[in-house]
Design a binder for this molecule. Structure first.
Ligand SMILES: [Zn+2]
Length: 274
């Protein structure tokens, strides 16, 4: 499994240009002077599916900004060895020390679900920039609030909603961020992320197949009826999106915006490599 060392090897030391930074919606939401302040410290970063960014207890040295169609999961490891997803971060956000301001060890595993490229910077550099700019600090505080809302909603969702609702919600959340109805995920991976047994997810997937919602091919799922998938999903994504719209308008990805990602350089190559 790739690890933080291979991440470092994949990173370029030079500062990123502003165009590259705007592939992450949170960075795009910065005021131009705030983006200019941190752009020299941003590094390009690329990772394959399965790359572990942090393990619990690791020092949080970098803040990672997924860009384009890249997706990163927060996974909490249980004492029986299972790992359950508690948050999904795409280009609307950042991974690493957002709430702790980079000063505390990682609590959960952060792992790349969908490969791609993004940006990263030393958390100490980001903290220094926040001290210089109140507007930069405010934007990250607002994002921390949105991320907390997302985690709160995930707790309620895991406790109250059915496996079918949660599976549909996960697929909708992924498609919103990638714009691609082809989801490179096996049933085992989906079961593991949702913290449910393989037999439960098999039944759910079979039922979705029978209703023409999706098909499964060669370890991937292809969504055929996004409207029905949306109708089957619980409203948890919608509630989180609504909070983002209140607090950080324009940052939460939409499927329409994501549809343009297929034209981006490297997007198809990254997807094919997954
Ligand atoms: Zn839910």
């Amino acid at each position: 499994m790739p690890n933080a060392e291979s991440l470092a090897a994949a990173s370029k030391p030079a500062g990123a240009d502003a165009d590259e930074a705007t592939r992450n919606n949170l960075l795009r939401a910065l005021r131009p002077d705030d983006l200019a302040r941190i752009a020299p410290r941003l590094q390009s970063w690329a990772a394959d599916a399965g790359t572990v960014i942090y393990e619990p207890g690791d020092d949080v040295r970098f803040v990672y900004f997924p860009a384009g169609a890249m997706l990163v999961s927060f996974v909490v490891l249980l004492d029986d060895g299972r790992g359950v997803e508690t948050g999904l971060i795409g280009r609307e956000g950042a991974v690493g020390g957002i709430v702790s301001q980079g000063r505390l060890p990682a609590y959960s595993r952060a792992v790349v679900q969908f490969p791609g490229s993004g940006l990263r910077m030393l958390s100490s550099d980001l903290e220094a920039a926040k001290l210089e700019s109140l507007t930069l600090r405010n934007l990250f505080a607002r994002y921390a609030d949105c991320m907390m809302a997302q985690i709160f909603q995930a707790v309620a969702c895991n406790a109250a909603h059915s496996i079918e609702q949660r599976a549909a919600k996960w697929l909708v959340a992924a498609i919103e961020r990638t714009g691609d109805h082809d989801v490179p995920l096996t049933q085992e991976q989906l079961a593991s992320m949702l913290g449910v047994g393989r037999s439960y997810i098999s039944r759910v997937i079979q039922s979705l197949k029978l209703r023409g919602v999706l098909e499964v091919r060669r370890g991937r799922m292809r969504v055929r009826d996004i409207a029905l998938l949306n109708a089957l999903a619980c409203s948890c994504n919608d509630l989180v999106r609504h909070h983002f719209e209140e607090v950080l308008r324009g940052v939460y990805p939409t499927e329409q915006e994501s549809a343009g990602l297929k034209d981006e350089d490297g997007f198809e190559a990254a997807r094919m490599a997954s």
